[in-house]
Each structure stands twice: as C-alpha cells, then as structure tokens.
Design a protein around this ligand. Sequence first.
Ligand code: F6P
Length: 324
Amino acid sequence: MNKIKTIGVFTSGGDAPGMNAAIRAIVRTALYYNINVTGIMRGYEGMISGEFIPMSRKSVANIIQRGGTILKTARSEAFRTKEGRKEAFEQLKKHNIDALVAIGGEGTFTGANLFIKEFNIPVIGLPGTIDNDLLGTDFTIGYDTAINTVIDAVDKIRDTAESHDRLFIVEVMGRDSGLIALRSGIGVGAEAILIPESKTDIDALFKRLEESRSDKSSKIIIVAEGDEIGGFEITEMIKEKFPKYDTRLSILGHIQRGGKPSCMDRVLASRLGVAAVEALLNGRKGAMVGLINNNIHYTPFYNAIKHLSEADPNLLKIVNILSL
Ligand code: F6P
C-alpha cells in the first residue's frame, strides 16, 4: 500500500510556457486518485519560507492556455545550503507533504537530488525549460512554444531585412545550449547558426558570407546567447569585415519565455503530469519523467542533467545544405 496522502507541486528556475498545463495535470491526476495537493509558491524559496496553498480542481481551471506559472518561480540561493534544505524539509513535515513533483530544469533537479539524499523524500521531476537541454526527453515543456515565438519574430525581421537589403544577427536564448538556435534557425532559413556546442569558426563564417549568392538581399544569422563569441561581438566583427553590408543586431530576450503554450506543449505537459503522479504512487522517486519516441520514460535526475556536449550533426548538416 502506498502511503502518500499529500503531494506538493512547485515550479522552479526559468518559467516556460506549458508549466500551467503541467500543474493542472498534476493537481487533477492526484485528486483523481484521492490524493491531496498543495501548491508551493516560488519554488524552493517558498518551500523554505512556508508559502503553501491548497489546490483544488477549481484552482487549476482556465490555466491550460496561460503562459508563465500560477505558482510563480524563483532561483533559490538558500536551497543551495544544507540549512536551507533542512528548513524546507521541516516546512514540508509541518504541512504533511509526503512527496513532491518538481517542474523545472537542471538547477531544480540538482536541488531535488540532494534533497532526496538528505531527507529521503520522494520527488519526481517534469522537464520545464525552454532550452530543451535535458537528457531523457525528446522535448522539454516550453521548447516548442519558444521556437515558434522565435520563428514568428524572425519572420518579421526578415520582412524588414529584405526591404532594406540588410544582414541581421539575431541572438536567441540558450545560456548553455544551442537547441533553440538550431531548430528555429532551420525554421527561418538562416544563413548561419552559431551555438555553444561547436566552436565558431569565424573564417568559415566569413567565407560563407563572401560566397553567398549576390542575388540574396537579406541575410539572417542566428546566434545562441551561450555561443562563445556572442551576438554583440559577432556583429562588430561582421561590420568591420564587410562594411558593404548594412548590418543590424536584434536580441530577442525574454519574449521567448512568455506567451500561450503551443498545443504540443499543452499535450506534453498534460501527459507528463499524469505520468509523474502515477510514478509517485507506484513508488518511484529521484527521476524525471520524459517522452522519448512518444513513450513515457523515467530518467534518474543525475542523468537528466548531464549536458549534451554536441549538437545533432544531422541538423547542422541541414543548415549547411539549405542555406546556400
Ligand atoms: O533557463 C532558461 C533560460 O531562458 C536561458 O536560456 C537563459 O539564459 C536564462 O533562462 C535567462 O534567465 P533569467 O530570466 O534569469 O535572466
């Protein structure tokens, strides 16, 4: 017999569209199995300070379509300390919470791993980050919406670039990962994509620009935020090398984190939310639930947070063939 009576749910780290759909799925699945759910506000910060709210079917009504997270989120310094985690555990005991569902990314799962080791509390994770930089799932919740936001913005930039015969450098999010840049870059027909997973060969980029068709009036280069050169510097280098180009830099920034979740993200979040609660009830802990080839998979937190050191060579090849 499983002894879980109350599950705590929280979102942590950078928000991602679809987190609300995940919260809704977790709350409604738990209630379906006659388990209580408590919402923990502001991630680990709220766990430490005791910001807990009871959740009902109604409290998650009408949120599936909303970006952001109704539980709010934070990056907690206090939870990195042993005292902080002890305080968080005391708060969970005080509120009779026996298990947790954590929605977040690398930092969230690193914290969860320590918490399980120190206090033996069951935690299951849901991949909630626009960066898609977790192992154990084909896509993270929020990634699909974010890359659609990027292509929508870059299509607009393409219109003005085309009108003025300009070269645009567009910097997209991805502090440690080029996956937003890679997929959205293919989606907008970028001339080049610069990502942290591969060292930027500046001579090859210049050669590519030199050799690019003269009848192409606009050019778009997508740069991931985490690329070792970065959008600002690459713009300066191109301006110096190619004074004939009318070059501009556009940094998309946090618009990539907001907005209505796409249908893909809503369905992904719903499926993973159901699977997370069922996993806890089946006695699982310390794992992230993900979707691989359309099947639910559980990956231990310590594996989920290992970084992909290289980008998919097939996608990189596509960029090179198609942008000529
Ligand atoms: O972790 C997701 C992410 O969007 C990164 O791509 C980005 O570098 C970072 O969050 C930005 O975080 P913040 O909102 O704290 O500036």
